[in-house]
Design a protein around this ligand. Sequence first.
Ligand code: ZN
Length: 375
Amino acid sequence: MTRITFDLQATDGSARTGVISTARGEIRTPAFMPVGTAATVKAMLPESVAATGADILLGNTYHLMLRPTAERIDRLGGLHRFMNWHKPILTDSGGFQVMSLADLRKLTERGVTFRSHVDGSKHELTPERSMEIQRLLGSDIVMAFDECPALPAPRERIEESMRLSMRWAARSREAFGDRPGHALFGIQQGGLEPDLRAESGKALTEIGFDGYAIGGLAVGEGQEAMFACLDHAPASLPVDRPRYLMGVGKPDDIVGAVKRGVDMMDCVLPSRSGRTGQAWTRRGQVNLKNARHADDPRPLDAACTCPTCRGYSRAYLHHVFRAGEMISGMLLTWHNLHYYQALMAGMREAIAEGRFAAFESAFHAARAEGDIERV
Ligand SMILES: [Zn+2]
């Protein structure tokens, strides 16, 4: 099997566009990865997710190890076959979600023990076990096991945590071994401290990974602080490897991250907000619960080419949400994922043509107009 490669094709300022080639297909960057937490992108068939333009999706190690378990997925032929998604899959390491979801966590040099939020059963995650689970799942891009403190935190806590994550990164690299066709990404930590970010980037580069994530952001620090960190954090990571910003974000977070040199992102936002009556369009956020849509025969966005906008009115979307019909989450999730992928495609094209600054201005100008006038 071939190695995963990254072909950086064009840059515009710090923004980059390229292609990650894997045995399961190409990932065009900047890439947005929809989140398929429990082996499904909620409310979407896998072929519908592909139709929105997604080249890769994200699966969550923490959820899958608890239910239905990595061993069962392996017996059933791996995660791709299990969920009927045959393009690349990236899995997280489980570390972040143990911290945010599990009960009775105990952190040691060896790893983390915790109780499942599903049934209270006791589990352990270590760098070695995380690599084993992600191998059993058949993940194309595997993430190193790390620890991520919630911000704000005292500098000493961030420093200790980052150094532990770097020791775990070395153990992850060792346990991953040599697996042609599969990539291992290291995760930079260090909070908002420039010197700690640089130390972490250097440590990871010395270990050597196929790609590098910028971890520990989008955990409550706010957009301004995140962008300030992204102004320096990528500088200590190798230029010729993909950079993945974990857990981001809103459309304006994504545009700002791409501007600062990020190649990959993931977020539950487009799918989660689709299930709560929220849509994202070129002109910002639209709340379909609002009574102003009840008699509106127009689509969410007349310029959008997704099936929701081609076939359904705002009045219908308002009605099915209010009536609690399942199609509400399906239609809004489809539109939201389509919008996110169209945004990525627009940025890739703009970077390739050297007009990212103009793209960014137009993006903000459309949002500043706000939603279309009520009927
Ligand atoms: Zn649409």
